[in-house]
Design a protein around this ligand. Structure first.
Ligand code: NZQ
Ligand code: ZN
Length: 385
């Protein structure tokens, strides 16, 4: 394993009543003015919004409303939130929703404390923000694990780049799996696949030899698969949803990355595909992973074979044969879960022009089993059609 320093400051409130348990402890230290951030309206339909507003009002908070955060949040929306937070002198940001709301708020938090444009600050000048409006997350949809870290993925619609930003690390997160029961089935499964993807992307980095971090990872992958099958059987299975909410957190709280250089090549391809096609993140990953892995497995057969044997119970003795059988099992599982297996099923544009643009602009990752050329990424994308 590589040398590491591990520090984990996000306080997690998990399980039944997590939102009230969190707020009862945290309200005192949230300041006077709270930016209440949310998405396109699900929180109002489910009653979570009213519940949180009531708690904030009783505690005497001034609420600044910041709704309408879209899936795959835009840079423009982050700027809108930052301007609002500054104008209203917000003390705390309470983000209620899924990855899109959290990511937007992480950047709002940092941009509100910066006089310069954060995109230039981070991407052109290579600097990292150091001041933030404190924030916390109430999770209504799991999968991204975005409530557990300070990374944000933001789409710049002008430049067609969906790229990473360093933003605020949430002070705390409330994860009540019952809040996810209203998430539409395929959206929830897409999130669960995203978690599986985070595990795989972390596992298939370096070192490639067996290690304790990867052993934990493989156990979580088995849990994700078992729990997804249970939710496929019974959409309202709260016990299985609870497992998946915690799997989602575990995949992104750093535990699976300790001592590793992770890969995340599938994510880099999906982010750019999403920037051009506005398609769903987890579903895009479901399409991309098997095609990508068929190109990577011959470069790291032992690592792929261990994964195939321990996660997919593959029996083949030969490593490369086992690796390929594992990838076939992953593809079959995707179809079994009703997730898309091709860009056509996903409903995304797969013209040569779009796929070429994605291949030419996606980040090529250092942890990848093979240094991919742009032409090979294009080839992989055409195999996803
Ligand atoms: O917008 P509303 O009306 O709230 O509806 C949302 C949205 O339409 C709905 N939803 C959420 N909770 C619900 C609910 N509907 C009913 N009941 C509930 N309880 O779900 C839809 C999708 O929400 P969204 O936040 O967009 O989904 P997700 O959590 O999958 O986030 C996706 C974004 O996160 C980024 C992705 O790239 C994408 O932009 N990611 C962020 C990561 C991070 N920061 O660590 C890691 C990931 O790899 C990912 O890249
Ligand atoms: Zn993801």
């Amino acid at each position: 394993m590589n040398a590491f320093t591990y520090d984990y400051p996000v306080r997690n409130y998990f399980g039944e009543g997590a939102v009230d348990r969190a707020l009862d402890v945290e309200l005192d230290v949230m300041g006077e003015t709270v930016l209440l951030a949310y998405g396109g309206g699900s929180v109002k339909r489910t009653g979570v919004y009213d519940h949180v507003v009531e708690k904030l009002r009783v505690a005497g908070k001034r609420i600044v409303d910041f709704g309408g955060i879209m899936s795959n949040p835009t840079y423009e929306k982050c700027q809108e939130g930052a301007a609002l937070a500054r104008a209203e002198q917000v003390d705390f940001i309470l983000a209620v929703g899924g990855g899109s709301v959290f990511d937007c708020c992480k950047v709002v938090s940092a941009q509100a404390c910066l006089d310069e444009d954060i995109e230039k600050y981070e991407h052109a000048d290579g600097r990292m923000p150091t001041e933030f409006i404190p924030m916390a997350c109430i999770v209504t949809l799991s999968g991204t694990g975005a409530e557990q870290n300070d990374g944000a993925v933001i789409t710049n619609e002008e430049t067609h780049v969906k790229g990473p930003f360093a933003g605020a690390l949430p002070r705390w997160a409330a994860l009540d799996p019952a809040l996810t029961l209203t998430v539409p089935h395929m959206q929830f499964m897409s999130g669960a696949y995203d978690t599986l993807s985070h595990c795989m992307e972390s596992y298939f980095g370096t070192p490639r030899e067996a290690n304790v971090t990867d052993d934990i990872n493989l156990a979580i992958q088995r849990n994700v698969i078992r729990s997804m099958r249970a939710v496929a059987e019974d959409d309202q299975d709260l016990a299985a949803r609870s497992e998946l909410v915690y799997d989602s957190a575990m995949a992104e709280n750093g535990v699976l990355k300790v001592g590793k250089v992770t890969d995340f090549q599938a994510h880099m391809i999906q982010h750019q595909y999403g920037a051009y096609t506005h398609t769903n993140h987890g579903m895009g990953l479901a399409v991309i992973h098997p095609a990508l892995y068929r190109h990577l497995a011959p470069e790291a057969p032992a690592q792929f074979a261990r994964w195939a044997r321990e996660v997919w119970n593959v029996a083949e003795k030969d490593d490369l044969a086992a690796a390929m059988a594992g990838i076939d099992a992953l593809a079959a599982f995707t179809a079994e879960m009703g997730l898309p297996t091709t860009f056509a099923e996903l409903g995304g544009d797969a013209s040569d022009e779009t796929l070429r643009a994605v291949a030419d602009t996606c980040v090529l990752t250092p942890g990848c089993a093979k240094q991919l050329s742009r032409d090979e990424v294009f080839q992989i994308l055409t195999e996803c059609r």
